[in-house]
Design a protein around this ligand. Sequence first.
Ligand SMILES: NC(=O)c1ccc[n+]([C@@H]2O[C@H](COP(=O)([O-])OP(=O)(O)OC[C@H]3O[C@@H](n4cnc5c(N)ncnc54)[C@H](O)[C@@H]3O)[C@@H](O)[C@H]2O)c1
Length: 366
Amino acid sequence: MNSKVISAKELAKADPVFGQLSFDDHEQIVFCNDKDTGLKAIIGIHNTVLGPALGGTRMWNYANEWEALNDVLRLSRGMTFKSAITGLNLGGGKAVIIGDAKTQKTPELMRKFGEFVHSLSGKYITAEDVGMTTEDMDTVREVTPYVTGISESKGGAGNPSPITAFGVFMGMKAAAKYQFGSNVLEDKSVFVQGIGNVGEALVEHLVNEGAKVTIADLSEERLESVSNKYGVAIYKGKDIYSEAMDIYAPCALGATINDETINKIKAKVIAGAANNQLAEDRHGVMLQERGIVYAPDFLINAGGIINVYAELENYGREEIIRRTENIYNTTLEILERAATNGVTPNVAALNTAQERIAKRKAEDSK
Ligand SMILES: NC(=O)c1ccc[n+]([C@@H]2O[C@H](COP(=O)([O-])OP(=O)(O)OC[C@H]3O[C@@H](n4cnc5c(N)ncnc54)[C@H](O)[C@@H]3O)[C@@H](O)[C@H]2O)c1
């Protein structure tokens, strides 16, 4: 990291926060620093028109602070639209903790992070994301009530990942219906990239439906265990994007649809759990031009937020499943709306979400 102190003039040129490409009228960005525990975190609060900004905390070994800032800005913005399109009374927020979740995460660090969350008095509510577990949220709960995704034994809705996977499965079926004329995934070749909490649960749904599943992950151990458990193939090649397949399911990190990959992609449908799969909006246009149906990530991966929202609204399992199953209908509606309006599915989904926020804002200002 560059520790040189730069002058205010130089800093102004760099526009480190408001000038960031990913900055999109965020309401508040909170930088959290604690030397004793080693905590370095950023909380991004994008929009609170519909309700408190709820979104998970990601712990990741970012190459530099710019990357962490960029990530939290993109992720918190995505949460605003995810909650809006899902019909939840929640705003969009997200947090990132800079560091290696395997070696640097301690209960003390999580409690300190919880104290920072608490200092926002409920404007931001956290939950788990990559590098976080339900147990970590239980630790955060020791110091603040502004946390969801806690254990069922502690009154929470438990791990959101299986519900997220179910929603992604529903969105994938809707995209298949739109592209292939049938929502049945039997015999469709599906590549699942990233078989973590969500990816593995998605593999289970796909296998139960009779899809031909291939898995890819950075962890050999995960690959072996998931392959043995579900009898699915492990991807051994070097470039997953150029492989022939019906459906590509990005379930690792975002921005895998970018200038480098887009022209290689042979899949006819893209539907996965990862947030911000399109590196830039124009990549959505490029997918459309190539006849590839893209199920917007923030729409189909909303199962997790539906699950944690239950903790705030006190609804039960049946309602969680019902709302998540409805992702199928919303996805089909968005794909059809996109075609009717001559825009990409991502833009159609964004427009729908923004219309809901604008309507609420107008009502509130009456
Ligand atoms: N957990 C949820 O409920 C939820 C909800 C909405 C969105 N998401 C998003 O879904 C994605 C997966 O979430 P998760 O909870 O399963 O995370 P996870 O950390 O459990 O799993 C991620 C997996 O991806 C693998 N991975 C990382 N980089 C990779 C690469 N370049 N190629 C192949 N594999 C790679 C990791 O080894 C890991 O196994 C994330 O983008 C997350 O933000 C998760």
